[in-house]
Design a protein around this ligand. Structure first.
Ligand code: PMP
Length: 432
């Protein structure tokens, strides 16, 4: 519509060229409610990407917003001074922390973005081990600051900004699809590589500090690692006295149908990062969670002005409560299974879907062309087709060929069905 066009043109004119301009889905947002958004011309869309997995309790969740308004009227910013909001969130995160972290969890708030949480985790690993070498994985995305970019396993994001942290080595993430490998072979290969980096005299890290890994890769293409991978990393980290750090920024806070994706694999990290959905209804807030045994640092060893945004913290606690009170983890597991089943049904009709993956409402479908090679254009066309019919979907993957769905956990069955009717039709039309 005209209002949308005008806003987009103006943005293109006055905003930074670094903005990833939404060519395929030219939308200007005006309002959001639950799992729907309205554009500047009054058109409504079902939001199947939720600000890249941020709005887990939906746009403008009233239970969260009530507390936000109340808190904003009282107090917004304090740095580290104690507030009820701060202590409440620390306690809440301990209550939902995974495995052996529960009851033993410490939190450091370092800044508003996921990248900030990664930087804090890098420092924590260095501080506790005295090392500086880090292992990360190909296809990983950990953020836009220098440390986080160093860990990111995608040259596209860092090509112009090297040198970054020097002692970072990337190992393969076990992604058996399209590699003529069984899941076991993919896991063995990844773990062998990690072990070699740490233990082989010809390995890559003289002074290792930590292993950073997404328990389910998000930007890399919603890759759910086969069983044994995270458990193997746990063992290797223990054998080598380095920290195992899970980046749950995209996969956490209910996205995968558990509080944390690591719970699907029954492996507890030493430390983990969370952001995105942590700010409740889209407030910027991140945290690094870690076992209290690692709380060896002292005052000022990690700093930042926004290490305690009171409104965001209130919103975060309320959002977690909302997920608990409405049993949204179970809801997300059920809805996610039915969405994947529908995608798998279409995959039976076409050879253009290579694989349907994910857990809970963290969903990916990998598209290939007639020769079986990654097919980015098809995903773009599906995204466009869906947009024109009122459904917003996203993409991911090293080749941009993974259709990614990250709907709010409050998505109702009815809305999910409507959205899936459109998505299925889009796939059928575009791949026909
Ligand atoms: N880690 C993961 C797994 C992510 O998905 C992201 C963001 N997509 C980040 C880190 C970085 O978070 P932010 O963009 O808030 O800095």
């Amino acid at each position: 519509g005209p209002n949308t066009r005008e806003l987009l043109e103006k943005q293109r004119e006055i905003d930074s060229s670094a903005v990833a301009y939404p060519e395929d889905i030219p939308i200007a947002f005006e309002a959001g409610k639950g799992a729907t958004v309205r554009d500047a011309d009054g058109n409504t869309y079902i939001d199947m990407f939720a600000g890249i997995g941020v709005l887990n309790v939906g746009h403008a969740n009233p239970y969260v917003l009530d507390a936000v308004h109340e808190q904003a009227d009282k107090l917004v910013h304090t740095v580290d001074f104690p507030t009820e909001a701060r202590l409440e969130l620390i306690e809440k995160l301990d209550e939902i922390a995974p495995g052996q972290l529960r009851g033993n969890n410490r939190v450091v708030f370092g800044g508003p973005t996921g990248s900030d949480a990664i930087e804090a985790a890098i420092k924590l690993a260095k501080y506790n081990t005295g090392g500086d070498g880090l292992i990360a994985f190909r296809g990983a995305y950990h953020g836009a600051t220098s440390g986080a970019m160093s860990l990111t396993g995608n040259k596209g994001f860092k090509g112009h900004y090297t040198p970054l942290l020097s002692d970072v080595v990337h190992a393969p993430y076990p992604h058996p699809f399209g590699q003529d490998k069984t899941p076991e072979e993919a896991v063995d290969r990844a773990l062998e590589e990690v072990r070699a980096i740490l233990e082989d005299p010809y390995g890559g890290l003289a002074n290792p500090a930590g292993i950073f890994v997404e328990p389910i890769q998000g930007e890399g293409g919603v890759i759910t690692p086969p069983e044994g991978f995270l458990a193997g990393l746990r063992e290797i980290a223990d054998d080598n006295d380095v920290l195992l750090v899970f980046d749950e920024i995209q996969s956490g806070l209910g996205r995968s149908g558990q509080w944390w994706a690591s719970e699907w694999y029954d492996v507890t990290p030493d430390a983990m990062t969370t952001a995105k959905a942590l700010g409740g209804v889209g407030f910027p807030l991140s945290a690094t969670m870690y076992h209290e045994d690692l709380d060896t640092w002292g005052p000022g060893d990690h700093a930042g002005t926004y290490r305690g945004h009171v409104v965001a913290m209130r919103a975060g606690t309320r959002a977690i409560e909302y997920i608990q009170d409405h049993d949204l983890l179970a809801h997300g597991r059920e809805l996610g299974t039915s969405i994947r089943n529908r995608l798998r049904d279409v995959a039976m009709e076409t050879d253009r879907i290579g694989e349907v993956r994910g857990k809970g409402l963290f969903i990916g479908a990998e598209f290939v062309d007639a020769e079986g090679s990654p097919d980015k254009e098809t995903v773009k066309a599906i995204q466009r087709y869906c947009y024109e019919r009122g459904v917003l979907v996203w993409k991911a993957g090293r080749h941009g060929n993974v259709l990614r769905l990250l709907p709010p956990l409050v998505l109702t069955e009815e809305l999910a069905e409507t959205a899936m009717d459109v998505i299925v039709e889009a796939i059928q039309q575009v791949t026909a």
